[in-house]
Design a protein around this ligand. Structure first.
Ligand SMILES: Nc1ncnc2c1ncn2[C@@H]1O[C@H](COP(=O)(O)OP(=O)(O)O)[C@@H](O)[C@H]1O
Ligand SMILES: [Mg+2]
Length: 255
């Protein structure tokens, strides 16, 4: 599935959070979105996923314009976002958390479920196997039985993404997935995101402040500043882009 956003605009009172933003997420690709604080990155992610209603623009998922549709409707069109501070369900195992995220219907409905018919049990088994496979690609298989409430911060971030992937989106939007992770955890996160593209055929949009992380995993990068796109290209092109350098230098940091 391809996403093509065109001329997306959003104002909050006097603040122009997005001023005619264009963004493409090609099929089976990892796209990085960078820019200083306040550039409009989170507002763009929320507009794409329906948590913010943009004032202008179109957001095409293949031939469907999802601009202004509800998050649940957009999720059914197979675009899903995770945001900072989303937390897995404590009191439920790591595996249980992923199973909750799955949308596959058990065969046979309530009667079959209550009676535990063979068809129902087979479908339950398949789902469990798929969930374990997903946990394996995120390096969480060994802790599948642990209570999600007891995980480290890094493990929680990975589980949060595994839960989102369980719903089988075609496009996944990640807002700052590496925030608060150490180098080892960031490498694991990078591997997990690559496996979404390479093994699950998904596209991923990654927003993060960690420049080496974003440049290391992205096929293409869009750079924003003050609600506008200031550059788009391969990581190598963006790295030597004057407008990007100026935007980062003007805020004097790595944000
Ligand atoms: N709910 C909101 N109400 C008012 N202003 C907002 C809201 N969300 C974001 N903004 C403003 O919009 C601009 C872009 O914010 P944001 O999209 O969060 O940027 P980024 O994620 O790139 O740091 C900022 O000036 C921010 O203060
Ligand atoms: Mg943000």
């Amino acid at each position: 599935m391809n996403l093509t956003a065109t001329a997306v605009g959003k104002r909050y009172g006097g603040v122009h959070a997005l001023r005619g933003v264009d963004l493409a997420i090609p099929e089976r690709s990892i796209v990085g979105l960078i820019g200083p604080n306040g550039a409009g990155k989170s507002t763009l992610l929320k507009s794409l996923s329906g948590f913010v209603v943009p004032d202008t623009g179109t957001i095409m998922l293949d031939s469907l314009d999802v601009a202004g549709l509800a998050p649940s409707r957009i999720a059914r069109a197979r675009l899903v976002a995770t945001f900072q501070h989303a937390t897995p369900i404590a009191g439920l195992s790591v595996l249980g958390n992923v199973l909750v995220g799955m949308t596959e219907k058990h065969t046979g409905g309530l009667f079959a479920a209550l009676c535990g018919t063979p068809g129902y049990r087979a479908s339950e088994r398949r789902q469990r196997e798929r969930a374990l496979e997903l946990l394996r690609s995120f390096g969480l298989e060994r802790i599948a039985g642990l209570d999600a409430g007891g995980l480290s911060f890094g493990q929680l971030r990975l589980l949060e993404i595994a839960r989102a992937v369980a719903a089988e989106p075609a496009i996944l939007l990640l807002d700052e997935p590496a925030a608060g992770l150490n180098r080892v955890e960031i490498d694991r996160m990078s591997a997990a995101i690559r496996s979404l593209r390479d093994e699950h055929g998904m596209s991923v949009l990654v927003v993060d402040h960690d420049v080496p992380f974003v440049f290391g995993i992205s096929d293409r990068i869009t750079a924003m500043n003050s609600g506008r796109v200031i550059a788009e290209g391969t990581p190598a092109e963006i790295e030597r882009d004057d407008a990007v350098r100026a935007a980062y230098l003007s805020v004097g940091g790595d944000s």
